[in-house]
Design a protein around this ligand. Structure first.
Ligand SMILES: Cc1ncc(COP(=O)(O)O)c(C=O)c1O
Length: 364
């Protein structure tokens, strides 16, 4: 089976984890501090705050940016549930604005009509590793005095007009889940240039403590361990290499399937580095599920990111979300992610594209 995702953990990561285990300092400690520093440097911002997951990074970033009950946060409905859930976790309300059908990212042209007097922030997602249209988004934020929190969970190392993703808003959140471009097993990171957000996030990350056993806020335990950070430090050194492989693999896939009718390969915007967390095609004419099955039989694992718009999930329905985002709903019926991870070899890529070529005329 050619898998859709695969964490690439080598001897170096294992050695570093063993060193941490032997040191006895296995919770948040010096490795977390070093990882925060290195990651912030990589993203080109002042501060990094490591967390237990991408979800807790989003939750903390929203709290630290002072989002609260009754506030509205504009975001995309075409993302992983954690994006919108984090907004609900701080008692704010996600307001879903439709996507741009080529990039699958939040459509800035539709943001203005969703603004109300309660809108406090915009949360774009750099879906599949492609930066959202940040110039337009930042302009709207500036015009209406809104915070921008980037959900960069899928976009480590992506670049938008010469600027690193993660440095384009008030704060950004990354995930290091095993399927991501780099992993720490579970883990997350907030990046920000704001010393207020940094400070607030650090306090809330550890039980609202300003000092040991001095609780000034209602906080959490959202800490990363040194074991996870030790993996992250090694993975970070490999990130550019991993991303180069992803980009090369994506290029190969596109070159070999771009002329197949009924399939649209990913569109890459000008002046961006798309880091292909996912390589997601659009399968037209209602043939997506059939193609998925066909590829599965050939030993090629694929995935649907995502089968529903967020507000179509039961929990959102039950909470009374009554939005309609036709582009997101259409994408949910048509997208299919193919393997693109850096663990693929030339034969794997050949097998994937030949299988799709074989499907042409038969399935699609
Ligand atoms: C867009 C997006 N946001 C948030 C998350 C949450 O990250 P985590 O799984 O590390 O909590 C993920 C990853 O799963 C994601 O893909």
């Amino acid at each position: 089976m050619i898998s859709i995702a695969k964490p690439l953990i080598g001897g170096e990561e294992i050695d570093e984890v063993v060193k941490v285990l032997k040191s006895g300092l296995i919770a948040q400690g010096p490795k977390v501090a070093e990882f925060e520093e290195r990651f912030a440097e990589y993203v080109n911002v002042e501060h990094g705050v490591a967390t237990s997951s991408g979800t807790t990074a989003l939750h903390l970033a929203l709290l630290a940016a002072d989002l609260k009950k009754g506030d509205e946060v504009i975001t995309t409905p075409f993302t992983f549930a954690a994006t919108a859930n984090s907004i609900l976790h701080v008692d704010a309300r996600p307001v879903f604005v439709d996507i741009e059908p080529q990039t699958y990212n939040l459509d800035p042209q539709k943001i203005e009509e969703a603004l109300t007097e309660k809108t406090r922030a915009l949360m774009p997602v750099h879906l599949y590793g492609q930066p959202a249209d940040m110039d337009a988004i930042s302009q709207i934020a500036e015009d209406h005095d809104l915070k921008v929190i980037e959900d960069a969970a899928q976009a480590h190392g992506a670049i938008y007009h010469d600027q690193m993703v993660g440095s384009l808003g008030d704060a950004a959140c990354f995930s290091f889940y095993p399927t991501k471009n780099i992993t720490t097993s579970e883990g997350g990171m907030i990046t920000t240039d704001s010393s207020e957000i940094d400070e607030e996030a650090r306090i809330l990350r550890t039980h609202g403590e300003s000092q040991r056993y001095n609780h000034v806020k209602l906080g959490y335990n959202f800490r990363m361990t040194d074991i996870a950070a030790a993996i992250g430090l090694v993975q970070l050194r490999k990130l550019d290499y991993f991303n180069r492989k992803r980009i090369e693999n994506a290029q190969y896939l596109t070159d070999h399937i771009k002329n197949i009718k009924g399939i649209k390969p990913p569109y890459v915007m000008k002046d961006v580095r798309h880091v292909f967390h996912q390589y997601t095609i659009r399968v037209e004419n209602g043939k997506r599920d059939e193609l998925m099955k066909f590829l599965g039989k050939k030993g090629i694992e694929t995935a649907i990111h995502y089968p529903k718009a967020i507000y179509q999930h039961k929990i959102y329905h039950d909470m009374g979300f009554k939005v309609k985002c036709p582009e997101a709903e259409k994408a949910a019926e048509e997208v299919l992610s193919l393997p693109v991870h850096p663990g693929l070899d030339h034969q794997d890529l050949k097998d994937i594209t030949e299988a799709i070529q074989e499907a042409e005329g038969k399935i699609i």
